[in-house]
Design a protein around this ligand. Structure first.
Ligand SMILES: [Zn+2]
Ligand SMILES: [Zn+2]
Length: 50
C-alpha cells in the first residue's frame, strides 16, 4: 500500500520489525497490521514526523 504524508510525499513503507507493508489509519498515522505497532518514522521528503 502506498501511503501519503501530509506534504504529499508518497511511498510504500515497510515495518522495521517484521517487514510488513504499513497501512495508514484514519488519523493518517502509519500502522503495522502484523505487529500492531505505530512506527515512528520521519518523512524523507519534509523531515517531519509521519
Ligand atoms: Zn510489523
Ligand atoms: Zn512529508
Amino acid at each position: 500500500m502506498v501511503v501519503e504524508h501530509i506534504c504529499g510525499f508518497k511511498k510504500e513503507i515497510y515495518c522495521r520489525e517484521c517487514g510488513t507493508e504499513l497501512i495508514q489509519n484514519s488519523h493518517d498515522r502509519l500502522f503495522c497490521q502484523k505487529c500492531g505497532r505505530h512506527p515512528t518514522i520521519l518523512c524523507p521528503n519534509c523531515g517531519r514526523l509521519w
